[in-house]
Ligand binder design. Structure first.
Ligand SMILES: [Zn+2]
Length: 391
C-alpha cells in the first residue's frame, strides 16, 4: 500500500479533511484499524502521543504509524472505498503543539548554553518530560526558564523545512538519532534548530508561557518535567487556589506562609513530644498500681513505640510478669502490645484468638495486634488465663 499522505507535515493547524478509506480491519487491541489515503491525524512518534478525534462521527481513540502507513484506531468499522470526513480533537492537539514547541525552545537554550544533548522526550496529555545528559542546578534552571519565556515573548517564527543534502551537511542541528531520507528541520531563529516530525505552533508567542515543574536525576543527567501554554496556566491557577486557601485558613499574607508553616511544624513536633511524655507517665502509673503477675494498662490513644518502651522497661524490673498495653476504647476496639520473659507469647496469641476477638501475632517474646472486646472482657479473660495456666 502507498504511504499515507501526511497533511500535518506541512501544516499543523490544518484539521478538517476528506480522505478515502483504503483499508479497515479488526484491531488486536479492540475496535478497528483504519488506513486512509491522507490524514491530518498525527500518529504517535518522536515521543509524542498520537491524535484522537473523529472519522465520519466514529471515534478515533489513537493514531499510530507503521512503515509509512498511518493507522487510525476507530471504535466502529468504516466502509472500505468510501470517502470520510476527518477531524482531530483540536484543543488536545493545540495543547500538544504548545508543549512540543515549548520543549524545543527550552532544549535549544539548555543544549546551547550547557553543551549537552537532549537524550529523551515524552509528551502525553498528562506530562511533558525532557532528559539531558548533563546536570543542572537550580540557578541553571531558573536562568533557562527565564530565557525560554523571553523567547516566547519575542514571538519568533517557527520555520519548518526540508533542506537538501548539501544544506543539511552545513547545518548544525539537534537530533536524537541517526536519520535517513527526507529530514524535516524545525528552526526557531536564534534559539533552536532541530530535526523533528511533529506539528508545532507557527510563532513562539502561541506557547504563552513555560514552567519547569521539577527536575530529577536521570541516568547520567537530569529529567525535567515541564508545562507550557494552557497547561502552565492551569498549573498556575491550581497553585493559586491552594495558596489562597492557605492565606484564608491562616489569615496571613502569602509571603508569610512558608515561615508560619515551618513554625507550626516545629510547634507540632514539640507538643507531640510533651504529649508523649504525659501518656508514658499515665501508662507507668497504671503499671505501678498493678499487683500480681498480670500488669495491664489502658489509654485512649498513644504511640505504639511508647507502649513498647513502657512494657520493656516494666519487664526489665518485673521479669515474672506478663505485661500488656492497650490503646483505644470499648466502642472502636483496642490496639495492643503484650510481652513476657517466661511465657511463650505465640501460644498465648493462639489462646487469645480462641477466647477474644484478637487479631495479630509476633514473636515468642512479644505480640501485637487488635482486640475488638470491651476492657472488662479483656481483663476477665487475661486474668482467667493467668490463673489457669500460671506464668
Ligand atoms: Zn519536536
Amino acid at each position: 500500500m502507498k504511504e499515507t499522505l501526511m497533511i500535518y507535515d506541512e501544516n499543523g493547524y490544518f484539521n478538517e479533511f476528506r480522505a478515502r478509506v483504503l483499508s479497515c480491519r479488526p484491531a488486536e487491541r479492540g475496535g478497528y484499524e483504519v488506513i486512509l489515503s491522507q490524514t491530518a491525524f498525527f500518529p504517535e512518534q518522536g515521543g509524542q502521543v498520537g491524535d484522537q478525534g473523529f472519522l465520519d462521527g466514529v471515534r478515533v481513540r489513537d493514531t499510530q504509524i507503521e512503515d509509512g502507513l498511518v493507522i487510525h484506531y476507530c471504535e466502529k468499522p468504516l466502509a472500505e472505498g468510501s470517502v470520510v470526513h476527518g477531524a482531530y480533537d483540536r484543543d488536545r492537539r493545540f495543547d500538544l503543539m504548545q508543549n512540543h514547541t515549548g520543549e524545543h525552545i527550552l532544549s535549544g537554550i539548555i543544549c546551547h548554553s550547557h553543551s549537552c544533548n537532549n537524550v529523551g522526550f515524552r509528551l502525553s496529555e498528562e506530562n511533558c518530560t525532557v532528559d539531558y545528559d548533563c546536570f543542572l542546578d537550580e540557578e541553571d534552571l531558573r536562568k533557562a526558564e527565564l530565557q525560554a519565556n523571553q523567547a516566547i515573548w519575542a514571538d519568533k517564527q517557527v520555520i519548518v523545512d526540508y533542506p537538501n543534502d548539501r544544506e543539511l551537511a552545513r547545518l548544525d542541528y539537534r537530533c536524537k538519532k541517526e536519520l535517513t531520507g527526507r529530514i524535516r528541520i524545525v528552526t526557531i531563529p536564534g534559539i533552536d534548530v532541530c530535526a523533528c516530525c511533529a506539528p508545532h505552533v507557527s510563532r513562539t508567542g502561541e506557547v504563552g508561557m513555560l514552567k519547569i515543574i521539577s527536575c530529577e536525576k536521570h541516568k547520567s543527567g537530569v529529567r525535567l518535567y515541564i508545562a507550557s501554554g494552557q497547561r502552565a496556566y492551569r498549573l498556575m491557577r491550581e497553585i493559586m487556589e491552594i495558596t489562597d486557601s492557605l492565606v484564608h485558613a491562616l489569615s496571613l499574607p502569602k509571603e508569610k506562609l512558608p515561615q508560619r508553616i515551618a513554625d507550626m511544624n516545629a510547634e507540632i513536633y514539640r507538643l507531640t513530644g510533651q504529649l508523649s511524655a504525659v501518656k508514658i507517665s499515665l501508662m507507668k502509673q497504671q503499671l505501678q498500681a498493678a499487683e500480681g503477675p498480670l500488669a495491664l494498662f489502658f489509654v485512649e490513644d498513644g504511640l505504639e513505640k511508647d507502649v513498647r518502651e513502657v512494657i520493656n522497661e516494666h519487664l526489665s524490673h518485673h521479669e515474672e510478669s506478663l505485661c500488656a498495653g492497650f490503646t483505644g476504647n470499648d466502642a472502636s476496639g483496642y490496639r495492643c502490645v503484650m510481652a513476657s520473659r517466661n511465657t511463650d507469647m505465640k501460644q498465648l496469641a493462639e489462646q487469645l484468638r480462641q477466647r477474644l476477638a484478637f487479631q495479630g501475632g509476633g514473636s515468642r517474646q512479644m505480640i501485637q495486634g487488635s482486640v475488638r472486646n470491651s476492657r472488662q472482657e479483656i481483663e476477665t479473660v487475661l486474668n482467667e488465663m493467668i490463673s489457669q495456666n500460671g506464668l
